[in-house]
Write a protein of this length. Structure first.
Ligand SMILES: Nc1ncnc2c1ncn2[C@@H]1O[C@H](COP(=O)(O)OP(=O)(O)OP(=O)(O)O)[C@@H](O)[C@H]1O
Ligand SMILES: [Mg+2]
Length: 510
């Protein structure tokens, strides 16, 4: 057997003004799960895209099973059995699941395209490999982010020819239950002798699933760990950011002020029902729940993106019914959306324009943009969130995935809202930036904002929140103080494994 299934050596790639890769190497052994970690912008996605033939390297060599590949084109790489689950989702909203899975690799019989066969095969794949039920006839636009990710995975693996599968941050849109399923699927691939490259910012995932790990920093491989266990996290962080991080969460306990937001008996047929909750000034309230628990829809409804069928929302004691997000913003409530690349970022605008988009009144006078003030404001946010490269004029499309996330966050965190709805605020950002973001959220709460933090990361909920609401099947099933709450307890609540610790005081709220 060959010593490596993939060997990339001294890969260099420069974009105008940015050295993305500078003599970076990556070596993957047959049948191993190989982790790839590094800060936002370290070059992880770029080296993956060089391997995929999406970008052509300026320098360096690529060998698959000890055979040099040159030039690296998507056709050759595909024929060699390398498959990619890229960080971005590229699915056509009005295609069905089956069409999306088989696009470009349709099954034909003597009678032409066999839709029934393809649909059955896609559904079997979802059931057998990914352990989920997804109807092949449903449209992509009717699926949530997690299910779209699973469609993307099915599309890469359905032909059963994979030898090396690359996952670039696959769990970012997934909640803990789905992550377990994905891990089971990945381990099953490994058992079949398939090698895996696994890119993630979740170091607990890395130490959980990977056999070896390569660390990237500033476009180079700076460390390779040959043995991985749960004690490696600190070593990984140090190699990634070049310093130790002693506390991820700044929590200090908050003074709870006046009631700001209240929902009573909120419901939307098929998604959630009888939701009552409140958020006070100076308080961080967490919302936990698996995909499909109604968590995403609830947040969208509170923000006015979807109408509620029943119930009411009050803001500072007055009933409100937002007709649009702009309406919500005008009344002091902002949403940091979960899919920031899709819903938040104008890819062709500069970073400065994106950051200032929600505060145009502060950077303009009688409708005329005050350039310097806009630049200054953007530069401040770029510094606070460590957005890289630190250039307000750069076009947002050219940023790495995590830096795009930070740009949208910067826009909303800089507004002077009374209530912030944060939907997965740290998905896709590296551990150093997470610390900064947590500190900003903490500062908002200390300055009197009310914060609803919806997250699929139990550690984040426990670390940041004063109390946590747990949603399951469209209802709030638990309400608990975050003090003394363990990750296992919270996961048990979100998956329904726990019936204890049930909502104290929640019955009165309803
Ligand atoms: N198409 C592009 N044009 C210009 N610069 C780019 C382009 N793609 C990436 N870059 C730059 O190259 C560097 C490496 O980006 P890359 O996407 O590989 O980072 P990453 O390690 O995947 O980060 P993240 O964790 O944020 O996804 C970044 O500085 C980024 O801004
Ligand atoms: Mg990336």
């Amino acid at each position: 057997m060959s010593a490596s299934v993939l060997l990339m050596q001294d890969i260099a790639k420069t974009f105008p003004g940015v050295v993305a890769l500078d003599a970076a190497s990556l070596s993957v052994r047959p049948g191993e799960i190989h982790g790839l970690v590094g800060e936002n912008g370290a070059g992880k996605s770029t080296i993956i895209k060089v391997l995929a033939g999406v970008y052509h390297a300026d320098d360096g060599t690529v060998s698959i099973q000890d055979t040099p590949v040159s030039p690296v084109t998507s056709e050759v790489i595909h024929a060699a059995g390398v498959r990619f689950i890229h960080q971005e989702l590229h699915l056509v909203p009005h295609f069905t699941v089956t069409e999306s899975v088989f696009m470009g690799q349709e099954i034909t019989t003597r009678l032409g395209l066999s839709r029934r066969l393809m649909c059955a095969r896609a559904e079997t794949f979802f059931r057998d490999v990914l352990d989920v039920e997804i109807n092949g006839d449903i449209l992509i636009r009717d699926l949530g982010t997690a299910e779209r990710k699973l469609v993307q995975i099915a599309r890469a693996l359905i032909d059963d020819q994979a030898r090396l599968v690359v996952f670039d941050e696959p769990t970012a849109p997934l909640a803990s239950g789905e992550i377990e399923k994905l891990f089971r699927a990945i381990r099953r691939l490994k058992d079949r002798g398939i090698a895996i490259i696994y890119v993630s910012h979740y170091l607990s995932e890395i130490t959980d699933i990977c056999d070896r790990v390569t660390v990237f920093r500033n476009g180079r491989d700076v460390a390779v760990l040959d043995k991985v266990d749960e004690n490696c996290a600190n070593e990984l962080i140090k190699a990634m950011v070049g310093r130790e991080i002693d506390a991820l969460y700044p929590k200090s306990g908050h003074t709870r002020g006046a009631l700001v937001l209240q929902a009573k008996g909120l419901g939307d047929t098929g998604y959630f029902s009888d939701i009552s909750l409140s958020a006070h000034s100076g308080e961080i309230v967490g919302i936990a729940g698996l995909i499909g628990s109604g968590r995403e829809e609830l947040i969208d409804t509170l923000y006015g993106l979807r109408p509620a069928r029943t119930g009411e929302v009050t803001l500072h004691g007055k009933p409100v019914r937002f007709s649009s997000p702009a309406d919500a913003v005008a009344r002091g409530m902002v949403l940091v959306p979960r899919d920031r690349r899709r819903d938040g970022l104008v890819l062709d605008m500069s970073v400065s324009e994106n950051i200032n988009l929600a505060s145009l009144e502060e950077v303009s006078c009688y409708g005329i943009e005050l350039r310097n003030r806009a630049r200054e404001r953007a530069s401040r946010q770029i510094r606070e969130l460590d957005i890289r490269p630190d250039n307000p004029a750069i076009i947002s499309r050219q940023l790495s995935g995590g830096n795009q996330q930070k740009t949208v966050l910067a826009r909303w965190l800089a507004t002077r809202a009374a209530i912030f709805l944060l939907d997965e605020p740290t998905v896709g950002v590296d551990v150093g930036a997470k610390v900064e973001i947590y500190q900003l959220i903490e500062n908002l709460a200390r300055n009197g904002a009310a914060i609803l933090l919806s997250s699929s990361d139990p550690g984040e909920l426990i670390g940041m929140c004063d109390r946590v609401l747990v949603m399951m099947r469209g209802r709030i099933t638990h309400e608990t103080s975050a003090v003394g709450l363990s990750i296992d307890q919270l996961v048990a609540m979100t998956t329904g494994a726990s019936t204890q610790n049930s909502a104290e005081g929640h019955a009165d709220a309803r």
